[in-house]
Ligand binder design. Structure first.
Ligand code: GLN
Length: 483
C-alpha cells in the first residue's frame, strides 16, 4: 500500500479497493516501525488522522469525490495546526500549540486530506541539511549517514522512505527543491504569492513560499491544487485564478525552448551532476524541446545578497519570540531585559542566533545602506536577468544542487560551506519565480535533482515538463533499500 502515489491512492479510493481508514492505519504502523531510523516526524497526530480518515470515507460514501479526499499527508512543522504543537524545529516553540490552522492546513483539510503528523525541519527553516533542528537531525533514507537536505528535510525523508505519499514544505532559498533533489523526490516552489503564508511561521517574509513535496509531478499537481489560491488574510497573496494543474500535465513539449545558463556550469559543480543535467536535456530534446545557452550574469551575487536579506527579515520576524507572548520563557528572570536575554538565549539554537545577529547588524543605522539596500539592488538585477532570459526561452534548466547529499556533520563547522549549496535555488526566491526539482539520476548511490524554472504563475508549465520527463524516465520510481 505504501508504494502508491497520491494519484494511485485517489483511484483506489474511488474504486473502493480500500478505505482511507485502512490506508491511514497501514501508514501509521509503517511510520511507527521505520521512522525511528529517520527521525522525520516531530509530532504524530494519530487520533486526528483516524478521525479525518473516517470522515473522508463517509464523504465518499455520500458521493463526494476529489483527488485529496482521504489522502494521507503531513505538514512541515511550521504550518500552524490548531491545538497541535507547532514547533518550527525549535526549543523556543516546543510548548507552542497553535490556536488556529494555517490557510494551507485548513484548505487541505477541507479537501479531505488526512494529516498523519508534523515533520521535522531545520530550526525556523534555517539550513540546508536538517541538522539544526532542536529534535535532532533527519537521516537520508538513501544512506542513513547522509543528510536529507533542508530545511524541509523531515517531509522529504518521510516521502522518500514511502512513509506517506506527499507532504507540505516551504522554500525560502531552496528548502523544497534542495531536499527533493537529495532524496529523489519532485518538489515545487510556487510563484511568490501563489500559496498563502497565513499561519506559516515566517522566516524571511519576502522569500517564503509553501509548496508540495511528492514522488511525481502528477502528485505535486494534486497537492498544489489543494494549497494554492488567493487568501485575503495574507496581504502578499495574489488574486489570480488557480488553473487546473492536473490538466496541464499532458501538453506536448514540441518546440519548448529550454534555456541552460552557462554560469551554472562553473567551478563548484560536481562534474557527474553536470553530466546528469545534460542527459536530462537530451531526454527533453527527444520529446521535441529545443535547447539554447543563456546567461544569468548576476548569479554570482545571489548568495551574498540572500544571506543579507534573509537574515535581515529573520531578525525582524523572530523578535516576537521574547519570552512574553509565546514560546520558551526562562526561569526566575530578575528583570525584563534578563527575561528577554535568557529566554531568547535558551530558546534559539546557534544557527538561528547567528542569523539574528547578522540580520540585526545589516539593518542597523549606518550599515543599512551598505548591506541591506545594496542586497535589494542586487535582487532587482537578478530579477532583470530572469526577465531577459524568459524573453528568449520558456523554461530554464540546470542542477538543483552542486553536490549530492553530504555526510551528517560534514559542514557543521563551516556554515558558509552549507550556504554555498544554495547557489542554484536562491535566485528563484530572490526573483519570486516558480521552480521545481525532479529526480535525474544517481551519484555514488545518492540521488541528483534537475531544477526547472519558469515565468511567474507558470507552475503548470513546470509540472508539464516534469511529467513528460517522468513518463519517459524511471529515476523517480527508484526506492531506497530498506524502505
Ligand atoms: N538553506 C537556505 C537557508 O538556510 C534556505 C532555507 C529555506 O529555504 N528555508 O536560508
Amino acid at each position: 500500500m505504501h508504494q502508491m502515489t497520491l494519484a494511485e491512492i485517489a483511484r483506489g479510493l474511488a474504486d473502493k479497493k480500500f478505505s482511507s481508514e485502512e490506508l491511514t492505519k497501514n501508514l501509521l504502523a509503517r511510520i511507527a516501525q521505520l521512522d525511528p531510523q529517520l527521525n522525520s516526524f516531530i509530532t504524530l497526530t494519530e487520533d486526528l488522522a483516524l478521525q479525518q480518515a473516517k470522515a473522508a470515507d463517509a464523504r465518499r460514501a455520500n458521493g463526494e469525490t476529489g483527488a485529496l479526499l482521504g489522502a494521507p499527508i503531513a505538514h512541515k512543522d511550521l504550518f500552524c495546526t490548531q491545538g497541535i504543537r507547532t514547533s518550527c524545529g525549535s526549543k523556543m516553540l516546543d510548548n507552542f500549540k497553535a490556536p488556529y490552522d494555517a490557510t494551507v492546513v485548513a484548505k487541505l483539510a477541507a479537501a479531505g486530506a488526512v494529516t498523519l503528523g508534523k515533520t521535522n525541519m531545520d530550526e525556523f527553516a534555517m539550513g540546508s541539511a536538517n541538522e539544526s533542528s532542536y529534535y535532532g537531525p533527519v537521516k537520508n533514507p538513501w544512506n542513513l549517514e547522509h543528510v536529507p537536505g533542508g530545511s524541509s528535510g523531515g517531509s522529504a525523508a518521510a516521502v522518500a522512505a514511502r512513509l506517506l505519499p506527499a507532504a507540505t514544505g516551504t522554500d525560502t532559498g531552496g528548502s523544497i527543491r534542495q531536499p527533493a533533489a537529495l532524496t529523489n523526490l519532485t518538489g515545487l516552489k510556487p510563484t511568490y504569492g501563489r500559496v498563502s503564508r497565513w499561519g506559516m511561521i515566517a522566516y524571511a517574509s519576502s522569500l517564503d513560499q509553501g509548496g508540495p513535496l511528492a514522488r511525481t509531478a502528477e502528485d505535486c499537481a494534486i497537492l498544489l491544487q489543494g494549497m494554492a489560491g488567493f487568501d485575503p488574510q495574507d496581504s502578499t497573496s495574489i488574486d489570480e485564478p488557480v488553473p487546473d494543474y492536473s490538466a496541464s500535465l499532458n501538453g506536448s513539449l514540441q518546440g519548448l525552448r529550454i534555456g541552460v545558463p552557462k554560469e551554472y556550469f562553473g567551478a563548484g559543480l560536481d562534474p557527474r551532476i553536470a553530466d546528469l543535467v545534460m542527459a536530462s536535456v537530451e531526454a527533453l530534446k527527444k520529446l521535441g524541446a529545443v535547447v539554447k545557452e543563456i546567461s544569468l550574469p548576476n548569479m554570482q551575487h545571489a548568495i551574498p545578497a540572500y544571506y543579507v536579506i534573509a537574515p535581515a527579515e529573520a531578525s525582524s520576524n523572530l523578535s516576537r519570540f521574547d519570552g512574553v507572548r509565546f514560546g520558551h520563557r526562562c526561569e526566575n528572570p530578575k528583570d525584563l531585559i534578563d527575561l528577554y536575554k535568557r529566554s531568547r538565549g535558551e530558546g534559539f539554537g546557534p544557527e538561528v542566533q547567528r542569523r539574528i545577529m547578522v540580520g540585526a547588524y545589516a539593518l542597523s543605522a549606518g550599515y543599512y545602506d551598505a548591506y541591506y539596500l545594496k542586497a535589494q539592488k542586487i535582487r532587482r538585477l537578478i530579477k532583470n536577468d530572469f526577465m531577459a532570459a524568459f524573453n528568449e526561452v520558456d523554461i530554464i534548466l540546470g542542477p538543483t544542487t552542486p553536490n549530492p547529499a553530504w555526510k551528517l556533520g560534514a559542514k557543521n563547522s563551516d556554515p558558509v560551506a552549507a550556504y554555498l549549496e544554495d547557489v542554484y535555488t536562491i535566485t528563484a526566491n530572490l526573483a519570486g519565480l516558480p521552480g521545481l526539482s525532479m529526480p535525474a539520476g544517481f551519484v555514488d548511490g545518492l540521488p541528483v535533482g534537475v531544477q526547472l524554472l519558469a515565468p511567474y504563475f507558470q507552475e503548470g508549465r513546470l509540472l508539464n515538463v516534469a511529467h513528460q520527463y517522468q513518463l519517459n524516465t524511471d529515476w523517480h520510481t527508484r526506492t531506497p533499500t530498506g524502505f
